[in-house]
Design a protein around this ligand. Structure first.
Ligand SMILES: O=C(O)C(=O)C[C@H](O)C(=O)CO
Ligand SMILES: [Zn+2]
Length: 278
């Protein structure tokens, strides 16, 4: 298991960041390596994000000194998506088979979690997001068909997309974690534009379904002082509570968003008028 620790930063710090520093602080550039658990521990809302790609055999989810408990989920909850081939997650002996784009919420207090691929020639890739949890709720598998779907945007503004709210209070109860998937329609490149902030919550975006030679320009920073991070397929980016988070691709793509903080109110966003962006 590998864990990279990221500290929280003050918005004013961004003024002095060069490209390398910006990427080191916010970009999670590698999530999947065969039979490895690759995690990033962010001090922003104590988010843990990462990936597991089991190839040779099952991979267990282990705790670590950075997490500070005997088992990973002793004081945390976990949301995950399969973005690879067919896979299986076993939680305290209960098996959950996940097709591509299926999600699983794993309850706080679950003692053992194990990941495996059902077809070694097409390994499963599990994208994980975990946050501290004060209470235990039900472990639950959620497919895109069970999601609360919210179509948004238009072709004219190149942001026609569907938001699939999956680990969301109306679908699956959690202590604080809220997760979903946004799929852009073909020919549409912009996500989350017009953009927003929500100081009550922080967020992590994980981009996938992007061709290898395509890129996304992810925008972050305070609305009046923005920066961009050039991102490739299957990379994630941490958005502190003070930051906008939106992007434009050279091709359409899908992304998984995960939020944690003071509320679970998806629509509690502070819209940023385009005229104020700098
Ligand atoms: O496409 C979008 O717009 C989104 O998916 C927005 C994210 O869900 C988000 O940032 C929620 O706060
Ligand atoms: Zn947001």
């Amino acid at each position: 298991m590998k864990i990279d620790v990221r500290y929280a930063s003050h918005p004013d710090d961004l003024r002095g960041y060069d490209t390398r520093t910006l990427r080191d602080r916010f970009l999670v550039d590698t999530l999947f390596e065969a039979d490895q658990t690759i995690l990033t521990y962010s001090h922003v809302d104590r988010f843990l994000v990462g990936g597991v790609m089991p190839v040779a055999g099952p991979v267990p989810l282990k705790s670590a000194k950075e997490i500070g408990t005997d088992s990973f989920l002793e004081r945390r909850e976990l949301g995950l998506y399969n973005v690879g081939g067919p896979g299986r997650v076993t939680v305290d002996g209960a098996r959950f088979d996940l097709d591509p784009r299926d999600a699983l919420y794993v309850a706080q207090g679950s003692a053992s979690v194990q990941f495996e691929s059902l077809d070694r020639s097409r390994p499963a890739k599990f994208y994980l997001a975990s946050t501290p949890a004060h209470a235990r709720f039900e472990t639950m598998k959620i497919s895109a068909a069970q999601a609360k779907q919210r179509p948004l945007g238009s072709r004219e503004t190149s942001n026609e997309r569907v938001i699939y709210q999956m680990i969301h209070p109306e679908v699956c109860r959690t202590a604080q974690l809220v997760m979903g998937m946004t799929m852009l329609k073909s020919g549409n490149m912009w996500n989350s534009m017009p953009c927003h902030t929500h100081e009550r919550r922080s967020e992590v975006y994980f981009y996938f379904d992007l061709p290898e030679d395509a890129r996304i320009l992810h925008l972050m920073g305070r609305p009046e002082e923005t920066r961009h991070i050039v991102m490739a397929n299957e990379q994630a980016v941490i958005s502190p509570p003070w930051s906008i988070h939106c992007g434009v691709g050279t091709h359409n793509y899908t992304f998984i968003w995960a939020m944690a903080g003071d509320n679970q109110t998806f629509d509690d966003m502070d819209a940023v008028p385009l005229s104020t962006l700098r």
